[in-house]
Design a protein around this ligand. Structure first.
Ligand SMILES: Cc1ncc(C[n+]2csc(CCOP(=O)(O)OP(=O)(O)O)c2C)c(N)n1
Ligand SMILES: [Mg+2]
Length: 341
């Protein structure tokens, strides 16, 4: 599918208010600023690892706007900074995780980017690709088993993850049981160094939906409003007993996979520069300014505020201590028992 820019299509807001459109844009700016901060801190030797959502901003900010806080459950993967922010995690919570500090939800003992928040309805997940998808299906099964309506599970993963056995098993099980689940695949064309062409013979992931017996759809993930509309439609169907949907949002990974990866060993600067022509952040900014939702001065003020919030979150989180070595087995074994005893 050709990637079209939001700008070219004008503003079809799908019921989103000006305030919601500004929230989406702020989320996108925050993603970029926090990504940048993570990479900076890594280069300064202050954090061992960082990984960015750059190129996924619109997809994640748009999808998060369709999530019902306090009702739905999110089962994200490691690239979902914008989804985590969009459903209520703060930059400070994100920074606590990047710095691995004791006040982090996981006690500073989980890999960075492994978001979790019981209060926000965000399921903890594992680094094992697709391992969280059966868990998400289980949560959707529990909702159905209890006869709950008006809520659903939003589960995400990358294009490469759709090759895993758990992914196929989960889609099949969700369809058989008509579970309240939306599987959102963030197709950025890469799985670290593996291009889509080496991952699957048919590059249209959404078309697999028919084989499982559920609706499937592909959309332009560089457009936050189009993303919102598609995710909302699928979540509404799931919330009202209509069963699961497979969605495929098209985007691109602008950064290397992580700070541990040199993408110039498998793709060229020119390829990335070509994809960056569709950069959703400046494009959505232009949409908001052209349509009068924001002025240039509003945009400047928002960018300054996002930088301020990022700086404050960084300083505050950095000042929090690391977990104690003596806490290594806290929440793993009952009582005071230690595995070396
Ligand atoms: C089962 C398993 N195999 C391999 C890995 C190593 N690995 C981590 S991320 C990744 C790429 C995943 O690509 P994709 O699903 O497209 O997500 P993206 O990072 O592109 O957003 C791989 C192979 C892993 N974590 N788990
Ligand atoms: Mg990918």
């Amino acid at each position: 599918m050709a990637k079209t820019d939001t700008k070219a299509k004008g503003l079809d807001r799908h019921g989103l208010t000006d305030e919601q459109l500004r929230q989406i844009f702020r989320n996108m700016l925050l993603q970029r600023q926090l990504d940048n901060r993570g990479f900076q801190l890594n280069r300064q030797g202050k954090v061992p690892f960082a990984l960015g959502s750059e190129g996924h901003e619109a997809l994640q900010a748009g999808a998060a706007m369709a999530f019902n806080r306090g009702k739905d459950i999110l089962a994200p993967y490691y690239r979902d900074l914008g989804l985590a922010l969009g459903i209520g995690l703060t930059p400070y919570e994100i920074m606590l995780s990047i710095f691995a500090r004791v006040d982090d939800h996981n006690g500073g003992r989980q890999f960075p980017n492994h978001y979790s928040s019981k209060a926000a309805g965000l399921m903890s997940f594992s680094s094992i690709l697709a391992a969280h998808i059966p868990h998400a299906v289980g949560a959707a099964y529990a909702q159905k088993y209890r006869g709950e309506t008006g809520r659903a599970v939003l589960v995400t993963c990358g294009d490469g993850t759709t090759s895993e056995g758990e992914w196929h098993e989960s889609m099949n099980f969700a369809a058989i049981h008509k579970l309240p689940l939306v599987m959102l695949v963030e197709n950025n064309e890469w799985a670290i160094s593996t291009p889509l062409s080496k991952q699957m013979a048919n590059p249209e992931i959404w078309k697999r939906a028919e084989g499982y017996g559920m609706p499937g759809k592909r959309f332009n993930g560089f457009d936050p409003i189009e993303t919102y509309a598609n995710v909302k439609e699928a979540l509404d169907r799931a919330r009202t007993g209509g069963g699961p949907t497979l969605l495929e949002g098209m985007c691109y990974r602008f950064l290397a996979h992580s700070t541990d990866d040199n993408d110039m060993t498998y793709r060229t600067k020119e390829i990335v520069a070509e994809a960056r022509k569709h950069d959703p952040v400046p494009n959505f900014q232009a949409v908001l300014v052209d349509s009068g939702v924001m002025s240039d001065a509003d945009v400047d003020a928002m960018k300054k505020d996002v930088l301020r919030e990022t700086n404050e979150a960084t300083d505050k989180a950095e000042a929090v201590p690391y977990p104690q070595a003596s806490d290594l087995y806290t929440n793993l074994y009952e009582g005071a028992w230690q595995p070396w005893q």
